[in-house]
Design a protein around this ligand. Structure first.
Ligand code: NAD
Ligand code: ZN
Length: 256
C-alpha cells in the first residue's frame, strides 16, 4: 500500500517552491463554518442570497447579513477568530522559504494573522476586515460599520453620500479583484508543486489557479475532508483534517 502521508511529504520537500491554495476548510477548525461541508452555510442559507444584485435590491437581506456578522454567524470580522494549527503550519512553510505564495478563497484574514505578510497572500474573494460604500467607495474597518449596526442602524448607510455599505468581499456576480488575481497567477507560475488545503475546488475561476498547472503536470497534494471536484488531478490526496495532518507534514518536510 502507498503511504500517502510520506508521498505528500516527498512532493512538498522535493519542490523548490510550493503554492498553497486554501478554501473554507482550512478555517473550520477556527470555528468558521464552510459552505459545502456537512455543517456548511448552504445547509442554512440560500446561496442565491449571496448574489450582488439581490444584496443591492433587498434591504432585508442586507439587514440579515449585518445581523449575522454581528452575531458571529458568518465569518467573524471580529478579532476573537484565531488561526488554527493548519494556518500555523502553512506559516512555518512560508518562514522556511518554501512557498511561492498563498492563494486563498477565504475572506477571514487568518493566514496573515498566522504571520504571513499581506503581500504574500492573494485573497481572491476579498477580505471581511474592511467595508466600503458602493457609490462613493469610501471605506471603513468592518468593526466600525458593525458598531453602527449595534447602535441601531440595521441597514447602515454611507455617512458621506447615503450609499449602500458592503464588506470588501466578492459575491456571486462580481468579478475578482484584478490585483489579487494577477498576484495569484504569478505565485502559481513560480511554483513547482501545489498544496491544496480545505477546498472543494468547485468555485471558479478561483480553482483554475491550481487546476491549470495541475493539468500541465505540476504535482498537486490535496488535503481535504471528503471528496473534491478534482481528486482525479491530485498526485496525492489526504482525506484528513487540515489541523491534524499539516503540522506533522511540515515538521517532516522541514526536518524537525
Ligand atoms: P467549500 O465550503 O466549498 O469546501 C470546503 C471543503 O473543506 C469541504 O470539502 C469540507 O469537507 C472541507 N473541510 C472542512 N473542514 C475541514 C478540515 N478541518 N480539514 C480539511 N478539510 C476540511 O469551500 P471553498 O472551496 O473554499 O469554496 C467556498 C467559497 O466560500 C469560497 O469562495 C470562499 O470565499 C467562501 N467562504 C469563505 C470562508 C472563510 O473565509 N473562512 C468560509 C466559508 C466560505
Ligand atoms: Zn458613499
Amino acid at each position: 500500500m502507498i503511504d500517502h502521508f510520506s508521498a505528500a511529504c516527498d512532493i512538498v520537500q522535493s519542490a523548490g517552491r510550493v503554492l498553497v491554495f486554501t478554501g473554507a476548510g482550512v478555517s473550520t477548525e477556527s470555528g468558521i463554518p464552510d459552505f459545502r461541508g456537512p455543517d456548511g452555510l448552504w445547509s442554512r442559507v440560500d446561496p442565491e442570497d449571496f448574489t450582488i444584485s439581490r444584496y443591492l435590491d433587498n434591504p432585508e437581506l442586507r439587514e440579515r447579513g449585518w445581523r449575522m456578522h454581528l452575531n458571529g454567524e458568518l465569518w467573524g470580522a471580529r478579532s476573537e477568530v484565531k488561526p488554527n494549527p493548519a494556518h500555523d503550519a502553512i506559516a512555518e512553510l512560508w518562514k522556511a522559504g518554501k512557498l511561492s505564495g498563498v492563494v486563498t478563497q477565504n475572506i477571514d484574514g487568518l493566514h496573515q494573522e498566522a504571520g504571513i505578510p499581506a503581500d504574500q497572500v492573494a485573497e481572491l474573494h476579498g477580505n471581511l476586515r474592511r467595508s466600503h460604500c458602493v457609490d462613493c467607495r469610501e471605506d471603513w474597518e468592518t468593526v466600525e460599520v458593525l458598531a453602527w449596526v449595534e447602535a441601531g442602524e440595521a441597514d447602515p448607510r454611507c455617512p458621506r453620500c447615503g450609499g449602500i455599505v458592503k464588506t470588501n468581499t466578492v459575491m456571486f456576480g462580481e468579478s475578482l479583484p484584478r490585483n489579487e488575481w494577477t498576484t495569484a497567477l504569478i505565485m502559481a507560475s513560480a511554483a513547482d508543486a501545489i498544496l491544496v488545503v480545505g477546498s472543494t475546488l468547485g468555485v471558479y475561476p478561483a480553482a483554475d489557479v491550481v487546476l491549470d498547472p495541475a493539468r500541465r503536470g505540476v504535482p498537486m497534494v490535496i488535503v481535504n475532508l471528503g471528496r473534491t471536484e478534482h481528486d482525479h488531478l491530485a498526485t496525492v490526496k489526504l482525506d484528513e483534517k487540515a489541523g491534524a495532518v499539516l503540522p506533522p507534514l511540515v515538521e517532516q518536510v522541514l526536518g524537525r
